[in-house]
Design a protein around this ligand. Structure first.
Ligand code: F6P
Length: 326
């Protein structure tokens, strides 16, 4: 028999569409198993300030369709210090919380891993990030919605790009990962994606220009992953203006609109499955694992792997993009 009676749940780091569906799933799966659920507000910060509320099933009614997170979120610097984590542990004891479900990205799961080790405390994670940059899972909660948002935005920009016969660099999020840029480019029929994963191998801008770019087209769209190494969309545009002044170049930075909006069916289903699996995992004495999805099956990925290992991009996708953008 598991000794877990009360589960705390929090969302941390950048919000992602589908986080609410995950909160709903964790809450309802826990209550279904006769556990008490406590919602912790503003990520780890809520463990320091004590902003915690018991959740019943109706606290999570009517939220599956909404973007953002009803629990709010934050990046909590204090939790990075041992003194902050001690304070968090005191709150956890005071509230009678026996285990945590943390929904967030890389930084949030890193915090979870440290805390779990320091206090021998049961934590499971859910990959909640639009970046899709966590190892051991084919996809993350929010990624599909963000991809769709990018696709819709690029479709609109293409109308004006082709009317004016321009070259557009469109910057998308992803922190240091190019998943949104690469798959966003394929989904929107863009001519190329410039991504940090291959920046050391090839000058992607030169490749774009010299592989017949604009040969048969009157406009071009290039998705650029935000990243210090690529210089982002502004950096690319500057280079083109300097070296190829014949092109009429424009830049669009999609920014935080990529993080909002109603989650797609895929994200809602993923979040629901992972949320329910997180409770099963805790009751099955799993600790320090992130819920992942591989070939449509839920898997447990140790935090150490999910965070530390680099998730590789699929090279076939790069080839597909190159092939289709002739
Ligand atoms: O990790 C999600 C993400 O949206 C990244 O793609 C982006 O680099 C970052 O968060 C932006 O963070 P903030 O909202 O703090 O500016």
């Amino acid at each position: 028999m598991s000794e877990i009676k009360t589960v705390g749940i929090l969302t941390s780091g950048g919000d992602a569409p589908g986080m609410n569906a995950a909160i709903r799933a964790v809450t309802r799966a826990a209550i279904y198993k006769q556990l008490t659920v406590k919602g912790i507000y503003r990520g780890y910060k809520g463990l320091l300030t004590g902003e915690i509320q018991e959740f019943k099933t109706n606290n999570v009614s009517n939220i599956i369709q909404h973007g953002g997170t009803i629990l709010k979120t934050a990046r909590c610097l204090e939790f990075r210090e041992a003194s902050g984590r001690q304070k968090a542990h005191e709150t956890i004891q005071k509230e009678g919380i026996d285990a945590l479900v943390v929904i967030g990205g890389d930084g949030s799961l890193t915090g979870a891993r440290i805390f779990a080790q320091e206090y021998n405390f049961p934590i499971v994670g859910l990959p909640g990030t639009i970046d899709n940059d966590l190892f051991g899972t084919d996809t993350t909660i929010g990624y599909d919605t963000a991809l769709n948002t990018i696709m819709e935005a690029v479709d609109k920009i293409r109308d004006t790009a082709s009317s004016h016969e321009r070259l557009f660099f469109i910057e998308v999020m992803g922190r240091n990962a190019g998943f949104l840029a690469l798959n966003g480019a394929i989904a929107s029929g863009a001519e190329a994606a410039i991504i940090p994963e291959i920046w050391q191998e090839v000058d992607q801008l030169e490749e774009l220009i010299h592989h017949g770019f604009r040969k048969s087209k009157n406009s071009s769209i290039v998705l650029v992953a935000e990243s210090d190494v690529t210089g982002g969309a502004m950096g690319m545009a500057e280079r083109v203006k300097k070296d190829y002044p014949e092109y009429d170049v424009r830049v669009t930075i999609l920014g935080h609109l990529q993080r909002g909006g109603s989650p797609t069916a895929s994200d809602r289903i993923l979040a629901s499955r992972m949320g329910a699996a997180a409770i099963e995992a805790l009751l099955d004495d799993q600790r320090n694992v992130m819920m992942g999805i591989q070939n449509n099956d839920i898997v447990y990925v140790p935090f150490s792997k999910a965070i530390k290992e680099e998730k590789p991009i699929n090279r076939d996708l790069l080839n597909t993009l190159r092939t289709l953008s002739i």
